[in-house]
Design a binder for this molecule. Structure first.
Ligand code: HEC
Ligand code: HEC
Ligand code: HEC
Ligand code: HEC
Ligand code: HEC
Length: 182
């Protein structure tokens, strides 16, 4: 059986079939990536656009971005601080109220995330003068957080190379495997 397949693959028509199969596989992989980057549904439809345009600072809700490694997502208590007084249209306020009543954390679905074996901290990036927008896009334009970047190794390295420019020492450090992987 396997011999027959190999023989068939040696025929020109077999090669064509292989190419087609290859292209099909690639587009499936492409679809998989696009699917992963899709905006997830959140437990409460939180409009970033509206809140940011009201003048609220990113760090008010994501203080960890400067304090710790993780920016963190706001708890129901933080929302309730305002929304106990401010009514919300639609079906979102009862949802929020129910999380508060049950003292249950809101199960936000992560959007911006790198695997555990990657060492990322916000602090050095902000210290170097980067803005939230450089990596997360313009949050004044979105409702539920979208991830405009594919946060893969190439993305990190591309920026690190640009940042280091002709500084050899910096380039070595920012592209060293151990800088991002333990
Ligand atoms: C250099 C790029 C970069 C900049 C600048 C940046 N972020 Fe991030 N952010 C990331 C990456 C990468 C992750 C994923 C981290 C992880 O999975 O551990 C992330 C994760 C997050 C998360 C998800 C929750 C968490 O803590 O992991 C929030 C919220 C966030 N960033 C907010 C901000 C805010 C607010 C700013 C500006 C003060 C900011 N980020 C600036 C790259 C950046
Ligand atoms: C500093 C005060 C403040 C905080 C904190 C706050 N909000 Fe709001 N929120 C507002 C204001 C003001 C409005 C506009 C109300 C209006 O237009 O009637 C609003 C509107 C909303 C709306 C309705 C949007 C619409 O279509 O009318 C939702 C949903 C919402 N907030 C969710 C949240 C959630 C979830 C949190 C916590 C992560 C939160 N808010 C934290 C002040 C706040
Ligand atoms: C009133 C609170 C509030 C403010 C202000 C706010 N955010 Fe958020 N942010 C949230 C909530 C709630 C979520 C989780 C729901 C979602 O992803 O839409 C979130 C999610 C995010 C995420 C995705 C994190 C993840 O789960 O991976 C990023 C990135 C982010 N915010 C960046 C910003 C930036 C940048 C600003 C300022 C321009 C900002 N936020 C202002 C409440 C806020
Ligand atoms: C938009 C540009 C940009 C992106 C994207 C970016 N970085 Fe950085 N990164 C910087 C800058 C700038 C510094 C600070 C360099 C310096 O020390 O001057 C830095 C520093 C670091 C450091 C600290 C190095 C030290 O001093 O010890 C680590 C770790 C790091 N980045 C990891 C990552 C990872 C992981 C990603 C991808 C998930 C990433 N970075 C994406 C620009 C970026
Ligand atoms: C600036 C940060 C950074 C540096 C430097 C870096 N990596 Fe990564 N690496 C990442 C991120 C982010 C991921 C996870 C996302 C992905 O798979 O692309 C990753 C993923 C990986 C993976 C897993 C790939 C997979 O498909 O799951 C391997 C293996 C790896 N890196 C090896 C290395 C080696 C070897 C070096 C040194 C030559 C290196 N990395 C340098 C950020 C970095």
């Amino acid at each position: 059986m396997i011999d027959k397949v190999i023989l068939w693959l040696k025929q020109p028509i077999g090669i064509v079939a292989l190419l087609i199969a290859g292209v099909a596989l690639l587009s499936v992989a492409g679809w998989g990536i696009a699917e992963n980057q899709k905006t997830p549904e959140q437990p409460i439809e939180f409009p970033h656009k509206l809140h940011v345009n009201l003048g609220m600072q990113c760090l008010y809700c994501h203080p960890g971005a400067v304090k710790g490694g993780s920016s963190g997502l706001p708890t129901q208590t933080k929302c309730w601080g305002c929304h106990q007084q401010i009514a919300m249209k639609g079906s979102e306020l009862p949802k929020l109220a129910s999380y508060v009543e049950n003292n249950e954390p809101i199960p936000w679905v992560p959007v911006a995330i790198v695997p555990d074996f990657v060492h990322f901290r916000h602090r050095p990036h902000l210290a170097a003068g980067l803005n939230c927008e450089n990596c997360h896009g313009d949050m004044t334009k979105v409702n539920i957080a979208e991830n405009p970047q594919v946060m893969n190794m190439g993305w990190c390295l591309d920026c690190h190379r640009v940042e280091a420019a002709s500084d050899e020492e910096k380039l070595i450090k920012l592209t060293d495997c151990g800088t991002c992987h333990y």
